[in-house]
Design a protein around this ligand. Structure first.
Ligand SMILES: [Zn+2]
Length: 421
């Protein structure tokens, strides 16, 4: 595959850019914090924009605040090949999540230009605004705007200080109202491919350098309210109690147990418990539990959701505690396109690399882009499976390998007629 060998990335340049971008972080916070709308994020995106320009991508910033670069193809317009990811981080986050996908997209475009390789389709590289979940309770803001799923209700959400999301976007220089009307259509996208770090341990454990993502997990989030009866902790016999906190604690174990039985991929996490009165010497009468379940298997997810409610209800009833379960959100799994998966695995094999199929337990911009065209994702290994923490790490050679597979995938998709995808 001689024509693909010339597209091998400049791994030194990639590593240097990764290091450079990591310099933009909030020094008052731990880790590599660069949260959406922060000063460090604003400053970093000035740099990212200049990088897009340096690579010949003629960047523009859309109404939502996405940085969009375009390398024109021979066909002169029409549906584009799209790649990208995000450069915001969670608080106390790492240096690779999202960042690898944006810098790899820029590197592929730059290598195409440097080698005089012209694709038929335009290649569009995007740094999507604010992918990580934020104080407004919304993730993937930029990719939602592109996919047409950012809504006026989202813009009215407020953070802990009462600030509207729409106002925060305006202050950041975006035009939120225009962002609601700027969705792309299916005729804009020939295919979307995102390179991302795995953020889990599967690739490292099995010794595969490349992961071909099967689907992006669906997520169901619940808030369970437990109402019991308060009383004296010293004088109320154990058999006479209706302890809301004990019911919530039992529910935590139920949520965990049900996910442990998932056949394909299933995880469940209880994130937070709040209880009142919350003092020593007093039996708890009110408790609230926030939990979520995720899976790439939609039928398991639906079954688990029903089972969790049934089992928590039975346990709670046995303690004489009242239960009310509220589902805060439910998001179906998003499968990747089979044809794109085949192109990615073929590209890996063509470069002599070992690959395996992997689920994505994390959400990604790609889940939203899937509304616009055939979507695929390439994963590279995360050291120790760690992510969303300062220790997050992917080896430079794995990033270079993943970037090469991204290039080979885009070149092959460029040759694939739309009806084949
Ligand atoms: Zn990410």
């Amino acid at each position: 595959m001689a024509d693909l060998d010339v597209l091998a990335p400049d791994s030194g340049r990639l590593a240097e850019r990764l290091a450079r971008l990591s310099e933009y972080h909030d020094s008052t916070l731990p880790g590599w914090s660069r949260e959406v709308f922060s000063e460090s994020y604003r400053a970093s995106r000035e740099w990212t924009r200049s990088l897009f320009a340096e690579a010949g991508l003629n960047p523009t910033v859309d109404a939502a605040g996405n940085i969009i670069g375009r390398l024109p193809g021979r066909a002169g317009g029409g549906p584009a090949l799209v790649t990208g990811s995000h450069t915001d981080t969670v608080q106390n986050g790492g240096r690779y999540d999202g960042i690898v996908g944006v810098l790899a997209g820029v590197e592929v475009a730059q290598r195409l230009r440097e080698t005089g390789t012209r694709l038929d389709h335009d290649l569009v590289v995007v740094d999507f605004l604010g992918e990580e979940a934020n104080e407004f309770g919304i993730s993937c803001m930029g990719s939602r705007a592109v996919a047409g799923t950012l809504t006026a209700d989202h813009l009215d959400r407020v953070d802990g200080t009462g600030l509207r999301l729409g106002t925060a976007m305006e202050r950041f220089g975006s035009d939120p109202d225009a962002a609601l009307g700027q969705a792309w259509g299916p005729s804009d996208v020939h295919g979307y491919v995102e390179l991302h770090i795995e953020q889990g341990p599967l690739l490292e454990r099995s010794g595969h350098g490349i992961g071909v993502v099967t689907a992006i997990a669906g997520i169901d989030r619940l808030l369970a309210h437990f109402a019991g009866r308060t009383g004296h902790a010293g004088t109320t016999p154990m058999g006479d109690r209706h302890d809301a906190l004990v019911s919530a604690a039992a529910a935590v174990l139920t949520v965990e147990r049900i996910a442990c039985g998932a056949p394909v991929h299933g995880v469940a996490t209880s994130g937070h418990i709040q209880s009142t009165p919350g003092s020593m010497g007093v039996i708890t009468d009110q408790a609230r539990l926030w939990a979520e379940i995720r899976s790439v298997d939609g039928s398991w997810l639906h079954g688990a959701r029903r089972q969790i409610v049934e089992e928590i209800a039975a346990e709670t009833r046995a303690r004489g505690v009242e239960l009310d379960v509220e589902w805060l959100s439910d998001q179906d799994p998003v499968p990747t396109a089979e044809a794109v998966r085949d192109v990615i695995s073929g590209a890996a094999e063509g470069l002599g690399l070992s690959w395996r199929a992997v689920p994505s337990g994390a959400g990604h911009d790609a889940a939203h882009l899937a509304r616009l065209g055939p979507m695929g994702m390439i994963f590279v290994p995360s050291v120790d499976g760690r992510s969303h923490c300062p220790e997050e790490m992917t080896a430079p050679e794995d990033i270079a390998t993943g970037t090469h597979v991204l290039a080979a995938t885009l070149v092959q998709l460029d040759k694939s007629p739309a009806r084949a995808l």
